[in-house]
Design a protein around this ligand. Structure first.
Ligand code: UD1
Length: 364
């Protein structure tokens, strides 16, 4: 039996890991253990995803919780190091995405000479003010196996000097999860439960420190969303950090901008699927909207996922909120472009990853 430690920590990790665990079942000689660092911990940010995605209960929860970056990362590293003391036979640590848990566990494993595999390797925003960019760079440089979602990511890795034979272009496990759960998401009719109709509303998410931590900047975005609400009602499931910041500036939302609690995976997927447009600063949502063929407006100056622009439905609006209303007006006037989907975003990335893992661990 070859033991693999599969690490998840925060909300965007769960849907990336689920299809890999499912596909690994085809290799009984591989024994995946699911490790949750506990970076995200509450019902809405973590538990609901386990239930809805059919993820197994983690074999271990390190229960790290929130904290400043250095402290959170250090606590994950200590706890994961202690776990590796116990799991001396572990052959490989599999990490996904770009959150602090991803980098922390990759670094610990690499220093102990345990092989590291990174799913979603090679994405680069080239903006080192983003904590995720630091996490991506560090994780990739210490990884032995790099699984890329798109060819631009492969090019980034090669340009950074990473050996070509460590890199595998496998597609996007987040899109595997979209495909698996889309019918169930639609059946729940989440839009109807919010009193909205297909194509008759927009969805908003915001949580990046660069958008929500500065009160004047956040107010500018919320005022722009208020203006968009005069054209199209908006539903805004609010991340806990954003809720705190919105309360801090005393913003009162108009009726056409509905703020709600963070949603589970299925409801959020169903809401995106029937939205006219999505306005976001998330990374994963840029990919999910591309897979769904729903127009996405990204409130950032850069993206580590340029393929969602060149071969998808995404557009970058930059960091000036003045760009939001004209972009919405243009979309409402001109309609969406034709739906397109990047190569290998076909629902089978988890299988491809498992096949490579099995081969590299000598059981395939
Ligand atoms: C983290 C990831 C980010 C990802 C995002 C998705 C890093 C560097 N950032 O940012 O890449 O896009 O998750 O959500 O890893 N909180 C809760 N309940 C929870 C978790 C957090 O209420 O279960 C609150 C806490 O007040 C916490 C704040 O949310 O301080 C921020 O959480 P944190 O995990 O530090 O970062 P995110 O902004 O969520």
């Amino acid at each position: 039996m070859a033991e693999l430690l599969c690490v998840v920590g925060a909300r965007p990790n769960f849907m990336k890991m689920a299809p890999i665990l499912e596909a690994l079942r085809a290799y009984p000689a591989l024994r995946p253990l699911l490790i949750h660092t506990g970076q995200h911990y509450d019902e809405a940010m973590s538990r609901v995803f386990f239930t809805e995605l059919g993820l197994p209960t983690p074999d271990r929860n390190l229960e790290i919780g929130s904290g400043a970056h250095a402290r959170q990362t250090a606590r994950i590293m200590e706890a994961f190091d202690a776990l590796l003391d116990e799991r001396r036979n572990a052959r490989l640590v599999l990490v996904v995405g770009d959150v602090n848990s991803t980098m922390a566990c990759a670094l610990v494993a690499a220093k102990r000479n345990v092989k590291v595999a990174h799913v979603e390797a090679g994405l680069r925003s080239r903006d080192r003010a983003m904590p995720e960019e630091i996490n991506r760079l560090v994780t990739d440089v210490v990884s032995d196996l790099l699984f890329a979602t798109s060819s631009d990511a492969v090019e980034n890795l090669v340009a950074e000097g990473i050996a070509r034979d460590k890199i595998h272009l496998v597609g996007n496990t987040m899109i595997d999860t979209v495909q698996r759960h889309l019918a169930a998401a639609r059946a729940r009719n989440p839009a109807g439960r919010f009193g909205l109709t297909r194509g008759g509303y927009g969805v908003v998410t915001l949580h990046r420190p660069s958008n929500v931590d500065d009160p004047a900047g956040l107010r500018g975005i919320l005022d722009a969303l208020r203006a968009v609400g005069t054209r199209l009602p908006l539903l805004f499931p609010v991340h806990p950090r954003t809720r705190e910041r919105i309360a801090g500036i005393g913003f009162i939302a108009p009726a056409a901008l509905v703020l709600c609690e963070p949603l589970g995976y299925l409801d959020f997927l169903g809401l995106m699927d029937s939205a006219r447009l999505v306005i976001t600063d998330s990374g994963g949502i840029q990919e999910e909207t591309t897979a769904l063929g729903v127009p996405c407006m990204t409130l950032r100056a850069n993206t580590e996922r340029p393929i969602t622009i060149t071969e998808g439905t995404n557009q970058l609006l930059g960091d000036d909120p003045a760009a939001i209303l004209p972009a919405v007006d243009a979309l409402l006037r001109d309609g969406p472009g034709p739906p397109r989907r990047p190569a290998l975003w076909d629902g089978r990335a988890g299988e491809r990853i498992s096949e490579v893992l099995a081969r590299k661990l000598g059981v395939g």
